[in-house]
Design a protein around this ligand. Structure first.
Ligand SMILES: Cc1cc2nc3c(=O)[nH]c(=O)nc-3n(C[C@H](O)[C@H](O)[C@H](O)COP(=O)(O)OP(=O)(O)OC[C@H]3O[C@@H](n4cnc5c(N)ncnc54)[C@H](O)[C@@H]3O)c2cc1C
Length: 410
């Protein structure tokens, strides 16, 4: 009989993995602690290679047709005196030369429905609380709560996709380390109007003492404001006025749309973290996505690395889980291969982010709002921003194996 999988956490990594395994004919149960997918201010930016990947499954066009979204063709860094185009994505893909800005609250239900159509069991309101282990200590299932009841479920493999504070990781033998945390972000959202300036969609406004980010959603602007890590209580004590003033300086055309922002508590905090885990796997268990590696929002790629992990995991697992009988040693080898393939690009991205974060913090503290060293070089050499745009390929999302690709998209 075909082996089964439990996926813990219905974020981008968990929902895509459930979809792919179900499409590849593997029984899968997805546990999501929340009763809904109402999540704001998450990684909403699907990169060109991820859109190419969805296209190879016949899903990009249906997604883009069904789900309202915006398209960001470049990443621009604005200072009070000039604008630098740091990445131009128009040459990053033949068909999808842009980041598709799709709120997770729309993307995930769309994908979860497709997973269910292929037979995935999606349990909303199911909160993981413990790992089950067999006599050898191998993970063989989970205990979770749902509607007040405690339930147990066994499977050939458990994949943790429960995000940056992963409860699965906490109760496993895998150990996280913080690599960098100099900044926190505060987010709010204001309506987008047809007469607003046509920004690139991914715009950073740096001025001495403040950085404001504007992310263009189809019907709103997601506005980010960065503060030194851990200083929210001081920011609260100073009040919201300096933040509103910084946003007004960056985008005066927002006008009366900021009038309703009267308290710091109306802003949503995202502690920017760069977290690595010593190993992603132990027998019967794999961590992927934010559970295995938190990536800073610099570049907006947390969601893309999580989706690339899911793609690789499905590719590696579908064969061993469809074998009869399922050999746990083969499954565990597949889990180790996922880490071997995915860890190098993740490590490189995190090392890059640590450098960018440290450099940006140093420059902003020194009152210099322009992009530093390499980034400024990119902006001043014609054509280099296209090369940077094409570097989204370093996410390294694998092509689907035939067992997944050749099943008709649901
Ligand atoms: C508040 C916030 C804001 C963010 N903003 C940005 C941004 O602006 N730009 C950017 O690039 N990235 C941002 N990110 C990061 C980005 O959203 C993540 O990198 C991406 O969503 C990772 O996907 P994932 O599937 O690994 O984990 P997640 O998206 O975190 O999904 C984890 C899922 O697991 C569920 N879960 C948690 N615990 C349990 C449990 N015990 N049992 C069952 N289910 C559980 C959660 O409800 C959630 O649905 C943000 C993240 C957060 C948390």
């Amino acid at each position: 009989m075909t082996g089964s999988t439990i996926v813990v956490g219905g974020g981008p990594a968990g929902v895509l993995l459930s979809y792919l395994l179900a499409r590849g004919g593997v029984p899968v149960t997805l546990l999501e602690s929340r009763g809904d997918v109402d999540r704001r201010f998450r990684g909403d930016t699907l990169a060109p290679p991820v859109l190419d990947y969805l296209d190879s499954l016949g899903m990009a066009e249906p997604l883009l047709a069904a789900v309202p979204h915006a398209r960001a063709h470049a990443f621009r860094w604005h200072t009070p005196t000039r604008t630098y185009t740091l990445a131009d994505y128009r040459w990053a893909s033949r068909r999808f030369g842009y980041y598709a800005v799709i709120p997770q609250a729309r993307f995930l239900p769309w994908l979860a429905r497709r997973a269910e159509e292929h037979g995935a069991r999606v349990l909303m309101g199911a909160r993981f609380r413990a790992l089950l282990r067999d006599g050898d200590g191998r993970v063989c299932g989970v205990e979770y709560t749902r509607g007040g009841a405690v339930e147990q479920l066994t499977a050939d493999v458990v994949v943790a996709t429960d995000g940056r504070s992963s409860k699965v990781r906490q109760v496993s033998r895998l150990v996280p380390t913080e690599l960098g945390a100099h900044l926190d972000m505060l987010w709010c959202s204001v309506p987008r109007r047809p007469a607003d300036p046509p920004l690139s969609g991914l715009d950073l406004f740096a001025a001495p003492g403040s950085t404001v980010v504007l992310l263009g959603q189809d019907d709103s602007w997601q506005v980010g404001y960065d503060i030194p890590a851990g200083t929210l209580p001081d920011v609260r004590a100073r009040g919201v006025a300096p933040i509103v003033a910084a946003i007004r300086r960056a985008a005066p055309w927002l006008g009366d749309r900021l009038d309703g922002l009267t308290e710091v508590n109306q802003l949503t905090l995202l502690p920017v973290r760069i977290t690595a885990v010593d190993r992603w796997t132990e027998p019967g268990l794999l961590l992927i996505g934010d559970a295995a590696h938190v990536i800073s929002p610099v570049g907006g790629n947390g969601i893309n690395y999580a989706l690339a992990d899911a793609a690789e995991t499905a590719n590696q697992l579908v064969g061993p889980l469809r074998a009869t009988p399922v050999d746990p040693a083969h499954v565990d080898e597949a889990l180790r291969r996922v880490e071997a393939v995915r860890r190098p690009p993740v490590d490189r991205e995190q090392a890059f982010q640590v450098r960018v974060e440290e450099d940006s913090v140093r420059r902003l503290r020194a009152g210099d709002p322009s992009p530093g060293g390499f980034l400024r070089f990119v902006a001043t050499i014609p054509g280099l921003s296209r090369w940077v745009g094409r570097q989204t390929r370093k996410i390294r999302i694998a092509e689907p194996v035939p067992a997944i690709r050749d099943r008709v998209s649901a």
